[in-house]
Design a protein around this ligand. Structure first.
Ligand SMILES: [Zn+2]
Length: 391
């Protein structure tokens, strides 16, 4: 088995609190790590590095774990720039535009969907992302939800069934029939193609009782749970997610004290999506309140054509620091280890021995530049399981 030594690392973020400087990021300076069989085999000071078959010298650059983007709607057709223009002129975001994307997605061929998704994934990889989650939810029929998940699986193993995204127009007068469809025939076809079930529990989407039904049906079909909740107004999303033992509840813009307490006591990660707040000009979630209460926080892009056509995790980090008062270290941790926890994965999100060798080499001396130099193409190269995936 060929081994590779990645060396010349000015600043290595391992996310191993027992390594390096003893901070949560486990920073090792003048560092190296060895990769064998796609996994990290050794980490430490470059001066102590073992001999390897190949050497990759990054010449003083910083290296961070690859970003884990635990919330994307990767597969869809069309775009909604006109809706963005209207919103920036003062119209509120309601989620109603989802129907536009459903129509475009249903009309697109498999190859069109595949081509568009692959372009978005290439952007994500070029900005340092090594793992993505991808949701269905723009099909909203048995055939189209199945098709989206089948195509999503060509890009990632972390696929999520989101038939309960919104009620499609053809069921507008019979919501219960749509929930029956989601929990019955649609789930039956989609469950074998998904690892997760998700529900948009919010104003204009699904209410508490409907959301509980969807999550329970998904669990009965062997899927693990995640929830879109508390984005547009206070509501039951967080409470349901924690009660169901969901891996993550995403958005979390409007939280009660009881919601924060429940998250702090439970194992559900609060995934914050600042790209959505930026793109809908909505108030950002109170990240400090969550972190100070001891809640595990993740950052993700929520890449979708309506509320967050964002593929860049570095942009999300910069927004989290500038707008949500997270420290650069907290933001990086949330975008890597936090995302891994939101996907219940312990093999990604760190660069400790045994982890998948997923990393980004930065054209910068420190990870802080991710937030400090917003908009600069700061990721030089991205590597997954020890192989270069971008550029
Ligand atoms: Zn979403």
């Amino acid at each position: 088995m060929t081994s590779t030594l990645v060396t010349g690392i000015g600043e290595l973020v391992t996310n191993d609190a027992t390594a390096g400087d003893g901070s949560a990021l486990g920073i090792v300076r003048d560092a190296a790590f060895a990769v064998e069989g796609g996994r990290v085999a050794w980490v430490g000071p470059a001066s102590d590095a073992p001999a390897c078959d190949q050497v990759l010298d990054v010449e003083g650059r910083a290296v961070v774990p690859g970003f884990v983007d635990s919330h994307t709607h990767l597969v869809f057709a069309g775009e909604r720039s006109a809706e963005f223009v209207a919103r920036m002129a003062g119209e509120p975001y309601t989620g109603g535009g989802i129907a536009t994307t459903v129509a475009a997605t249903r009309a697109a061929s498999d190859d069109e969907l595949r081509l568009q998704a692959s372009r978005r994934l290439a952007e994500m990889r070029a900005s340092g992302t090594t793992t993505i989650e991808a949701k269905s939810g723009y099909g909203l029929s048995v055939a189209d939800e199945t098709r989206i998940l089948r195509i999503s699986r060509e890009f990632t193993d972390e696929t999520t069934f989101l038939g309960a995204h919104v009620v499609p127009a053809e069921y507008a007068h019979d919501r219960a029939a749509y929930v029956d469809l989601v929990c019955g025939p649609m789930l039956a076809e989609c469950a074998p193609l998904a690892r997760w079930v998700d529900v948009f529990c919010d104003r204009g989407a699904f209410d508490e009782e409907e959301s509980r039904r969807v999550l329970q049906a998904g669990m009965d079909a062997g899927l693990m749970t995640r929830v879109h909740g508390n984005q547009l107004e206070p509501g039951p999303g967080v409470r349901i997610a924690v009660e169901r033992g969901a891996a993550s509840v995403d958005h979390c813009n409007h939280l009660s004290d009881a919601d924060v307490d429940a998250l702090a006591e439970g194992s559900t990660v609060a995934t914050l999506l600042p790209g959505a707040d930026f793109s809908t000009r909505a108030p950002y979630p109170d990240a400090r309140r969550l972190i100070d209460a001891g809640v595990t926080v993740a950052l993700a892009t929520d890449c979708n054509p309506g509320s967050s056509y964002v593929t860049s995790m570095p942009l999300c980090l910069a927004l989290a620091v500038r707008e949500m008062h997270m420290t650069p270290a907290e933001a990086l941790l949330a975008a890597t280890l936090g995302g891994a926890q939101a996907l219940r994965r312990d093999d990604i999100g760190t660069l400790q021995v045994g982890a998948s060798a997923d990393f980004a080499v930065l054209d910068a001396p420190s990870y802080v530049h991710l937030a400090y130099r917003p908009g600069a193409p700061i990721v030089a190269t991205t590597w997954r399981a020890g192989a270069r995936i971008a550029p």
